[in-house]
Design a protein around this ligand. Sequence first.
Ligand code: HMG
Ligand code: MG
Length: 279
Amino acid sequence: MSAVEIFEVGPRDGLQNEKAQIATADKIALVDMLSTAGFKRIEVASFVSPKWVPQMADSAEVLHGITRADGVSYAALTPNMRGLEGAIAAKADEVAVFASASEGFSKANVNATIEESIARFIPIMEAAPMPVRGYVSCVAECPYDGPTDPADVARVVARLFKLGCYEVSLGDTIGRATPEQIDAMLTAVTQVCAADKLAGHFHDTAGRALLNIDVALSHGVRVFDAAVAGLGGCPYAPGAAGNVATEAVLAHLESAGHPTGLDADIVARAGRMAQAMRG
Ligand code: HMG
Ligand code: MG
């Protein structure tokens, strides 16, 4: 069976929604533990407005404080040029631009239309000295606009690849997608790009994330974002629960015969650590 990569997003997507400020030292300890688990990529920071997401205000300190492991790419979100400058100064190995397939979430999350948000990415793509990943949110359901048309997802995905993203991660931001919706969405998206350039990013509000991963696997997707202990949510997506738990995805993939290269014991320890810092 083919190998599948889990992209750990817990230190960013997992923690960004926590109300109580988590100590920078705790975030660093979590990343340092995750760095020994075998992940190739860990999203640890977000250079967004601290007024919008206060929990991520110490992103530069986190990137400076971690002990970088060989072969691990430490990633950061960058919504605009100011974010990119922060990510470069803090030596992020890769950055991610994030767009939405629905106008309602785009406005709520970045105070811009989809088109305006993409316009902010153009200078980022030109200036970034590191690889840039793309995210598309609300690929099946939007908390403001309802069901998303798969054609709208495919259009935004095509734009992000045209701009130069090396991979696009497809977000079920509120975790309510059905396997049928993911199937229809991926049928449309794989008309505009190869499945091996895509990642699945499933939140797990409705408990269908593992089913949705299976659908994505059947379309050829081989990268999945997940957060230890199933932490997470998005402050601008009401009702969104955590990301699918890394522990669950790991067990699910390995039992289906897909090697992940991860140490399940360390992942479990990191999950307990993340839960403890959440209080
Ligand atoms: P705005 O208010 O429209 O724009 O925010 P602004 O330019 O007026 O900026 C507001 C203030 O933020 C200003 O400060 C700027 O200087 C400052 P003030 O003058 O008021 O003191 N600012 C910044 N500060 C630090 N870093 C920056 C930055 N940019 C401006 N980069 C903006 C527009 C995009 C900045 C804002 O809407 C924002 O930060 N949004 C981010 C929201 C967010 O982080 N959401 C969560 C991540 S996305 C997600 O979770 C989904 C994902 O997981 C996939 C999925 O699940 O679907 C990726
Ligand atoms: Mg997310």
